[in-house]
Design a protein around this ligand. Sequence first.
Ligand code: HEM
Length: 418
Amino acid sequence: MTEAKPEITPEKLTLWGPFRDDPIGVAAGLRDKHPSGIFPLEYPGGRIGYGILSYDIGRDALLSPDFIRWAPPNPKPGRAPMAELVYTQSLLNLNGPELVTQRRAFMELFKPGHLQATLAGQIKDIITHVVSDLEPGAGNIAQTLGFFLPIDVMSGLMGIKHLPRETFQRWILTFLAPHNHLGGSSREMWLQSEAAGVEMASFLEAELKERDQRAADGKPVADLLDRIARSEVLDEKPRLAMAILFMVAAFDTTQGSFGRGLLALLSAPKQLKLFRDHQGDRNFNRRAISELLRIASPTLTTSRHADKDTQLGGIDMPKGTELLLFLNAMNRDPAHFPDPNKLDLERENAGDQLALGLGAHFCMGANLAKLELEHAWGELLRTFPDIALVGDGNVEPGPSPNFHDVQRLDVNLGARIS
Ligand code: HEM
């Protein structure tokens, strides 16, 4: 097989600032330049990989066993030990049978039937409680409902009781901020990230030890941390890495989807009415939630690595070729989703969306996230029928350029109906 020789000048990975500020605009500009939806990328140090905007090519990569998740054996310069733990010891970096074994050990907790039987009631209660606490009038909904939603649900699921929400948020945002595929993170950001990672890890280690003790005393508790502590498929380091992974994977993503989805709904009055009119209609809701996730797609990029000499999109890819998949852009590929920037809750193929990934590493919390979002949007819009954006919502993204999340979204709730 011949080595891939891009005929077009590779794009340099210097997207940090512009991408953080306007990921959709930047991706649209790249698509205009590279209509095939795949283009060469120059990584720091001169390595050539490929960026993918095309839905079809990206889906092929995510489903192909030739492309795997991979972390370099030596720490990237600047990558801190706590991050190293999560990247190399959690299932994020596993492939093949080991990945399947670890996922199986936890997947059953997130199956729709299990969720309905165990957590659905608790999640509804949490959301009803948080919505009933909202003060009528104007405020930043990303810092109230959007912020409490993933924290309260994950704390409930993991069995975390005495952690202030603000600490939970600070750890995760600071820990994740420098992690992205686009470079640009300062040394200070890495140091702060490591410090937050150490605090989070010592808290979770103590929680895991408490679960060990309770089990030894014959009084085990039934929560996710207990499941991790007593898992037969995890040793000491991987169990801590798994606990951190669950905590960080659920926060920015859910908050981002909630805020971006709400922004899309409040900006499209006919779709908002449709959403309200169909509450309780399971079939409509399933498609509508997928469409909102497609438009909101909070995880902007993920990466893969060719495990052998292979091909993708008609291009030869030698073993080791890196791919940067622009998930949000793949969800806005006009070749797959006509009129992609329009929210269309009745879009026939909305279920094809890739906001939750696809294939071997498909989001483990996908069903939980959909359940949370459906109840959160539904309950908010039911309780506050006159809810509207303040201006254009004064949207502010979070610190990481890998997430299309939202830290500020100003809405006027209007009067409450009970
Ligand atoms: C709307 C909210 C969410 C979105 C958009 C989202 C998105 C994603 C995406 C795109 C991936 C795949 C990354 C890749 O293939 O490289 C992923 C993986 C993952 N997600 Fe989520 N996620 C969400 C909520 C959650 C929640 C609530 C949990 C926890 C219960 C969770 C746990 C995980 C885990 C553990 C993985 C790693 C799976 C693996 O590598 O095998 N996610 N998520």
